[in-house]
Design a protein. Structure first.
Length: 310
């Protein structure tokens, strides 16, 4: 049961056909298929407007409407490494954001909130080909939301709990916990920006409009080991499991970043987020520093996966 639930959630934003976002038409300065679609979920922008080309020489990218970030002088002229590190600082200070996720198929997508400051917390509502699903992370616990039919078999409980500390130790649900941890870490903007700045093969694609703001579009190719090494707070066993999970797809991660004039990461698109799919996942970040608080489900509404097997 856990594997089926996790598979539906993990694959939701990577399902469907189409070319890999970080390659192909983006190499010419265009946006990925999901970006070009300009889709929205729940009123929040998930995609970019058509690319505007390289823009006027020396023109700094603008912050998004409603952003409180102060423009960083000379941001557009910074080398990719400096730009990524500057954005990592901004995102680390922000600490949280609302998220929108899109895959390459029209039915795949979701919205949620993420606080990446310790203790990290994450909430995501997803649409999958099998129906809606929910994922919630607090402290060292992962919760998979189940539908009413499944809940009836759990004594009316709507959440299935997995312990990330069990990952890599052969405990029930450990592999699922490792996959979900890999996805969570690759969606952490501070982790992604810093790891790619320090170890990625970097290039500057151009200037593009995303979410109502002019942004600098950067691309990075990073070995999986280098990304995992930059993930904080993981045990050695969990790092091994996350590395193995990501390398099931490919030995590296290609990620595109769109950064506005205040150094905010507006959007990222990655071809390897540990969800079992080689298709890209595009994530939009809004409401920086003011995302809704994520709390654990009520204890009486939770079924422990290990208990379920007894």
């Amino acid at each position: 049961m856990s594997a089926l639930l996790a598979a539906g959630l993990l694959a939701a934003c990577g399902s469907g056909g189409g070319s890999t976002a970080a390659k192909g038409d983006q190499a010419a300065g265009g946006a990925s298929p999901s970006v070009r679609a300009g889709a929205t979920t729940g009123g929040a922008p998930t995609g970019a407007a058509p690319a505007t080309g390289s823009g006027a020489p020396g023109t700094a990218p603008a912050t998004a409407p409603g952003s409180t970030a102060a423009p960083i002088p000379g941001l557009a002229e910074k080398a990719p490494k400096e730009l990524l590190l500057a954005s990592a600082t901004v995102m680390q200070q922000a600490g949280s954001a609302k998220l929108t996720m899109t895959g390459t198929s029209a039915e795949a997508g979701g919205t949620g909130a993420y606080s990446w400051k310790a203790p990290a917390a994450f909430e995501l509502s997803l649409n999958t080909p099998e129906g809606p699903g929910k994922l919630l992370v607090t402290a060292d616990q992962l919760y998979l939301g189940v539908d009413e039919e499944t809940a009836a078999g759990f004594g009316g409980k709507h959440w299935l709990k997995l312990d990330t500390k069990s990952a890599g130790q052969g405990a029930p649900g450990g592999e699922d916990a490792g996959s979900l941890t890999a996805m969570l870490q690759t969606l952490n903007p501070a982790v992604q920006l810093t790891a790619n700045a320090l170890g990625g093969k970097l290039s500057k694609v151009g200037s593009e409009q995303v979410g109502g703001a002019s942004t600098v579009h950067l691309r990075s190719e990073l070995p999986v080991e280098a990304l995992v090494a930059g993930m904080p707070g993981l045990s050695d066993q969990l790092k091994q499991l996350v590395t193995a999970t990501l390398k099931k797809n490919r030995p590296s991660v290609t990620t595109d970043f769109w950064i506005n004039g205040g150094g905010e990461l507006v959007q990222q698109s990655s071809d390897n987020v540990g969800n079992g799919s080689k298709e890209p996942v595009t994530v939009g970040y809004t409401a920086l520093g003011s995302a809704p608080q994520v709390t654990a489900p009520a204890a009486g509404d939770v079924m422990d996966f290990a208990d379920m097997l007894k």
